[in-house]
Design a protein around this ligand. Structure first.
Ligand code: TXA
Ligand code: MG
Length: 322
């Protein structure tokens, strides 16, 4: 613990000096910089190869800090903050003028969350500034849920990687915007829609492909591994894949796995939270095997199942094999 403290202080020094640090959150690992240092934030975009139209989430260590960053906090946003922070919920509100444009990609709005991971909270506190951080992966690839995942992709390009073990939630935060009459779900994530609606009532849900994405980073093809992921398949005609090396991403223990080169089970007992926590690491392991394709078993779209299916759809190629 003592070591952790020193390490976090060291990480905070790096952030204060304008460096970039990868750190654990309860959802996925983030790549952080001082939100008020535009040059440091620019380095995040560069290292991630992230397009500059895609804004970042700013992370705070105290709900009271939100007041300084935004114009106002609508009462429904307040209710969610009280109920779910620290935790996997991001709120989008009208920003204060002094937030650098690079953080919000020039938008008049700001996405904010208070993460639940103790290392993330200590890092933000010690840095004395909110931390702007996207997930610590290359743009378009799966988010990292271990320090090792970060090392593999970004290794020597970041100033420090804080290792806090595997992320317990495993999918990114839920994003809700409060810019319209009704709150709107921009990204399903670690807090379920059911939990949110139980506090503030009906939320608008933006379905993929319906219209222009509201969260600029929510492109239809995102979180994509190298190996094609196929969601739309049927176990009665697996023969069509018989000359291919096929991996199965199973929700629970499959009845028979003879036909697959490799099976990854997300949750033996069929627990959706456990499946979310294992999702990205399981896809990465399959992606490392040089398979021709990965068949993914659908997950019930309730609770975190909605976030899991959203990520699988974005990672999938709708059955094209090439
Ligand atoms: O769980 C998480 O949210 C993780 C951890 C590290 O906190 N962060 C994360 O960040 O997933 P990132 O950058 O990978 O995804 C943030 C998403 C992007 O789709 C971005 O377009 C959207 O949030 N976003 C950021 N600011 C926004 C804004 N002002 N309005 C709408 N969407 C916004
Ligand atoms: Mg990301």
């Amino acid at each position: 613990m003592e070591n952790n403290k020193e390490l976090i202080q060291h990480a905070a020094e790096i952030v204060k000096r304008g460096g970039i640090v990868a750190f654990p959150t309860e959802t996925v690992y983030g790549l952080g910089a001082d939100a008020f240092n535009p040059l440091a934030v620019a380095r995040i975009f560069e290292v991630k190869r992230r397009p500059s139209f895609d804004p970042l989430i700013v992370h705070v260590a105290n709900p009271a800090d939100v007041k300084k960053l935004v114009k106002e906090i609508p009462s429904n946003a307040k209710k969610l903050i009280e109920r779910f922070w620290p935790g996997p919920l991001t709120v989008v509100l009208l920003k204060e003028e002094d937030i650098p444009d690079i953080v919000t990609a020039g938008l008049p709005t700001l996405a904010i969350r208070m993460p639940g991971h103790p290392m993330a909270l200590s890092l933000i506190k010690e840095s004395n500034s909110p931390i702007a951080a996207p997930s610590a992966n290359l743009f378009g690839y799966l988010s990292p849920t271990t320090a090792e995942h970060v090392r593999e992709q970004l290794g020597d390009q970041v100033d420090l990687i804080l290792d806090g073990g595997p992320c317990p939630v495993g999918v990114e935060s839920t994003i809700i915007s409060f810019l319209e009459e009704r709150p709107r779900l921009l990204r399903p994530g670690g807090v379920s829609l059911e939990e949110i609606e139980s506090i503030i009532g009906k939320v608008e849900v933006h379905a993929i492909g319906e219209e222009r994405p509201h969260a600029p980073g929510m492109l239809p093809r995102h979180y994509a591994p190298r190996t094609p992921i196929v969601l739309d398949w049927n176990d009665k005609n697996l023969d069509i894949y018989k000359n291919k090396k096929v991996g199965l991403l199973a929700f629970r223990e499959p009845r028979n796995n003879l036909k697959f080169s490799k099976v990854e089970v997300l949750s033996k007992k069929g627990d959706i939270r456990e499946a979310a926590a294992n999702l990205f690491a399981a896809i990465r392991r399959l992606d490392a095997l040089d398979l021709d394709l990965i068949l993914a078993e659908p997950i019930p779209e309730v609770g975190l199942g909605r976030a899991i299916m959203d990520r699988l759809r974005r990672a999938s190629t709708k059955g094209e094999i090439n």
